[in-house]
Design a protein around this ligand. Sequence first.
Ligand code: GLU
Length: 305
Amino acid sequence: MKHVLDHIHGSALPATATGTVASYIPALAKADPSLLGIAVVTADGEVFSTGAAETRFTMQSISKVLALAYVTDRMRRRGCLLPGRAGAKRRSLQFHDPPGNQRCHKPFNPFINAGAIVVSGLMPGSTPEDKGARFRAFVGQLIGRDDVARDEEVYISEKATAARNRSIAWFLKELGILPGEVEETLDVYFRQCAVSVDALDLARIGAILCTDGMDPTRGVRLLAARTTRVIKSLMVTCGLYDGSGEFAVDVGIPAKSGVGGGIMASVRDRMGIGVYGPALDQHGNSSAGLEALRRLSEELDLRVL
Ligand code: GLU
């Protein structure tokens, strides 16, 4: 496997030159566009990586998957089901698309900012700091680290420039959809997006999803099986913004990207995959990361669709 990853790294690396790093959050523009990291954690807990697999970056939209898992598991324990509240339609795929369904008063999709901000508003805790810390502890539980940190510079940078997300949140408030106070809920959202991980961490999370919620290395259940099913279905239909359809055809596995350059993917019963490449294509997905996943899917026959 290590040999396969090294080979794929070499052949996907030129695709870094076809993308550009995100700059609408100014701190993200500092990333090195020439990087590519690939990591795999198998269903039986073996770990393989190559390239910049241990370079830290912010989760950005990949945090939407974990926030949904976190809140869904918690609400199920209290007898509610989240997608009923945050919506689960593959309706609009640009990450910043506005709001939702005014008639039924819910946003369409928890992987699009409007839905994700509602999910952030449902996180447990007393203050944004507390909610952010609890969310990081949850992420730490999944990836087996107790030092999961927030990238302070990216967090402050997004918070200072998020006019569009602010307008989405105020619109949601006006529709009566957004729980909590607008700035506080946005603060929770910015904190979750700025959680710092590497490609290995993403592969570990993908491996948990691939075994329907079990931790392959420790053999304990970390997520309810139904939660993982909801999440993986959303990943298939809308994990890569407007690139989701093409990705389903080309690669054929559940995946979620973020504008920090990460993509987290999961192949049922086989492996979790994490890739990092901050140069993004026109849809906001890592260009070299996509190329690596295409080649990996082909080489290892990973397609499940
Ligand atoms: N924090 C980013 C935003 O809301 C996340 C976007 C993304 O990764 O797609 O704009």
